[in-house]
Design a protein around this ligand. Structure first.
Ligand code: AMP
Ligand code: ZN
Length: 138
């Protein structure tokens, strides 16, 4: 399957749902997580619908991690966190809540606990500001 009309990330890829986009190329898209666990939380996805890492080829996975590597570096430059966490969840029992493959880039700030996973919507202006800062660092 390349597109799932019931998938929110497919709708974002198609431009049918809004997102603060950080990076876009032929195969991948990176955008701000709408319920960030920390300031500067970004998601990186393949444009083609695939639920889990096991549903893409090794080549597609490699492309996704190349983009994640590049965008994570920009997040680090832009947000100046004390650390950066990368996460990728496969299956509901692993905590996955959106079933379109994605890497999380989560900046970590010393002494600051993470917000709960997918719990609270971010302020739209703050997301936009973070998005612009990260784009400028790419
Ligand atoms: P996971 O639990 O690994 O599947 O993570 C899904 C992530 O997608 C969570 O961090 C959510 O906050 C995020 N999310 C859900 N809907 C949207 C959306 N429309 N735009 C941006 N991020 C989203
Ligand atoms: Zn999808």
């Amino acid at each position: 399957m390349t597109f799932d009309p019931n998938c929110i990330f497919c709708l974002i890829v198609n431009g049918d749902a809004p997102a603060q986009k950080v990076h876009e190329d032929d195969d991948c898209l990176a955008f701000m997580d709408i319920m960030p666990q920390s300031d500067g939380h970004v998601l990186v996805i393949p444009k083609r619908h695939a639920a889990q890492i096991f549903d893409v080829t090794a080549e597609e996975a490699a492309k996704l991690i190349r983009v994640t590597h590049k965008v994570a570096a920009a997040v680090r430059t832009a947000m100046q966190p004390d650390g950066v966490m990368l996460a990728q969840l496969n299956g509901a029992d692993a905590g996955q809540t959106v079933f379109h493959l994605h890497f999380h880039i989560v900046p970590r700030y010393a002494g600051k606990k993470l917000a709960l996973h997918a719990s609270e919507m971010a302020d739209a202006d703050t997301l936009k500001t973070h998005c612009e800062k990260i784009r400028a660092a790419l």
